[in-house]
Design a protein. Sequence first.
Length: 114
Amino acid sequence: MEIVKYITKIIYDKKGEDILIIDVSEVLKGICDYFIIATSLSNEHSRALADEIEEKLKKEKGILIHHIEGYEKGKWVLIDVGDVVVHIFDEETRKFYDIESLYEDEKKIKYEGE
């Protein structure tokens, strides 16, 4: 959970919005433990958030990103950090895919800063 809090703080500090943490450990056993979902202000903002997460994880925690998808378009950037998968959406794309609703029964934490 430490890395989840670290990543959510990065997103919050970089003006990501509507940050949600979902414990998916029971549903996605062996795949990942947590989803972090956030809304960006624009496609450029999505890329900036992804860059900040990747840079700070590497520099400050020695953690390398496994995989990033959707970076070029920036509408939905998926960042695979192993046990944590970060989804950064622009507002329209987040509403369209509504991933949160797929995990109705899982524990959710709305992050609003510390």
